[in-house]
Write a protein that binds this ligand. Structure first.
Ligand SMILES: [Zn+2]
Length: 121
């Protein structure tokens, strides 16, 4: 993974961390660093596409998140999706974990160590 892609993935992870924390919102490709880089190439090169083999995040937890909003929160279903109930939070968390799983191994290890340091292990 090149540096630019890695940075975009990390920005995307930050976006979902903020959403899980109730401080951020999802505007789909409008506020996705990976889409900024890869949408014009029909997702080719995006780590999500590399992992799943589909375009537009098909087959990822992102679609469960969108479907859930459409079904359960139609009154606020708009361009910007936020956590509105405990299931939303779970689905956002799932998307976050999925994106984290795309990080190269070395990055994952660094993150894990950081987490353990914070916990004081
Ligand atoms: Zn919900």
């Amino acid at each position: 993974m090149d540096k630019e892609t890695l940075e975009a993935l990390e920005r995307s992870i930050k976006k979902w961390e903020a959403i899980v924390a109730g401080k951020g919102e999802d505007r789909g490709g409008e506020n996705c660093a990976l889409c900024e880089l890869f949408a014009e190439y029909e997702c080719v090169g995006c780590p999500v596409h590399t992992e799943i083999g589909e375009t537009n995040c098909q087959g990822t937890p992102f679609h469960e998140w969108v479907n859930h909003h459409e079904e359960r929160h139609p009154e606020s279903f708009s361009e910007a999706l936020k956590v509105e109930c405990s299931e939303c939070k779970e689905l956002a968390q799932k998307e976050l974990e999925f994106l984290k799983s795309l990080l190269p191994e070395t990055q994952k290890i660094k993150k894990k160590e950081k987490k353990e340091n914070e916990k004081g292990i």
